[in-house]
Design a protein around this ligand. Structure first.
Ligand SMILES: NC(=O)c1ccc[n+]([C@@H]2O[C@H](COP(=O)([O-])OP(=O)(O)OC[C@H]3O[C@@H](n4cnc5c(N)ncnc54)[C@H](OP(=O)(O)O)[C@@H]3O)[C@@H](O)[C@H]2O)c1
Length: 314
């Protein structure tokens, strides 16, 4: 429990793809991911987001193996309780899943611990209370919660002298429902850090994929995006023009946009070049007219990406 002095970086890195659960297509080995991890730590990107459900422990195990040789004061870890994976026989399913993460990640303190989604809410936030009171969690977070669910969780915790410090929702140029539904403003008002996930739409806004270069067949990404590739070409062109003007890669622009919107993006990284881009994007400043331009193009695309585990935020 010794990460109190470590500041929250502007960007977190996500390790869902490290779980090799078929979402991303292809498989990644630990030896392929090692340089990605090392590069990130070198670049000061030390906040890692994962979950037991990412490959049913695989992502946490890979990350835990890398963290073994790193001093606990040098990284922040963010992992999650996923209701769908709750052990029905456990006395306290949240504590039970947390203890599994402790084993895999090799640390008994989670800087952020999340209720991954509102299935069965508010049961799980209530079960989290003893764990939070034991001092084993830095910040309590809720993910995929709408405003009403977020407020309900807050009310329950407030009665115990605890509070929500972080929210993690889908937020990108192709899904701004956390903004339009008032969650972003609410978080700002309450000093809650808003973590934006899938800012790159799993690569669809990275410049690597388009209708001529679709996602690998057989992956969940292919299912979700291949049919809409071609419908936001103007947005991709706009991102490309702005990237060229700054002499950076296309993928840096949506990330810089998300930072400028006051959010903390979690970027999924599978290559060292992704880490380099993420680090640069954290420092990239977009002008007001560039921000306006990007948002207008995104609006004209008229696409709202809602994935199968998500709902419309109202
Ligand atoms: N709470 C939740 O329910 C939830 C849901 C989704 C995600 N998350 C979290 O958010 C993290 C990020 O989401 P995500 O990984 O699904 O999607 P993402 O960050 O939108 O996209 C990641 C993908 O974009 C591509 N990419 C990343 N940087 C790039 C760069 N600089 N240049 C070109 N391509 C780049 C890579 O694709 P290739 O590998 O194909 O190159 C990478 O796998 C996850 O790892 C997870 O930690 C949470």
């Amino acid at each position: 429990m010794s990460t109190k002095n470590l500041e929250m970086p502007k960007i977190a890195l996500g390790a869902w793809a490290w779980g090799n659960d078929g979402t991303f297509g292809g498989t990644l080995t630990e030896s392929e991911l090692r340089p990605v991890f090392d590069e990130a730590m070198k670049k000061g990107l030390y906040l890692w987001d994962t979950a037991f459900v990412y490959g049913m422990g695989t992502s946490e195990t890979v990350l835990g193996n890398f963290l073994k040789n790193v001093h606990r004061e040098q990284y922040l870890i963010s992992t999650k309780f996923t209701p769908q994976c709750a052990d029905p026989n456990a006395e306290n399913a949240v504590t039970a899943m947390y203890e599994g993460s402790v084993q895999r990640l090799g640390t008994d303190f989670m800087d952020i611990y999340w209720i991954h989604n509102p299935l069965g809410a508010p049961k799980w936030i209530t079960e989290l209370i003893p764990l939070a009171k034991s001092g084993k969690i830095g910040k309590i977070g809720v993910s995929n919660h709408n405003l009403a669910e977020l407020k309900q969780a807050e009310e329950i915790l407030a009665k115990e002298g605890l509070h929500i410090s972080a929210v993690q929702n889908h937020y990108s140029l192709l899904n701004r429902s956390s903004e339009t539904s008032g969650i972003l403003d609410y978080c700002k008002e309450k000093g809650i850090v808003f973590f934006s996930y899938m800012v790159l739409e799993q690569g669809a806004l990275s410049g690597k994929y388009d209708k001529d270069h679709p996602f690998p067949e057989g992956s969940a990404r292919a299912k979700a995006y291949n049919s809409v590739l071609g419908k936001f070409d103007e947005l991709l062109e706009c991102l490309k023009n702005i990237a060229n003007a700054h002499n950076v890669g296309i993928a840096q622009i949506p990330v810089a946009w998300a930072v400028a919107k006051g959010t903390l993006p979690i970027i999924g990284v599978t290559k060292t070049s992704h880490v380099e881009d993420a680090a640069k994007a954290a420092e990239l400043v977009l002008s007001a007219s560039e921000m306006e331009n990007i948002e207008s193009c995104a609006k004209r695309a008229d696409i709202d990406v809602i994935r199968m585990w998500e709902k419309e935020m109202k």
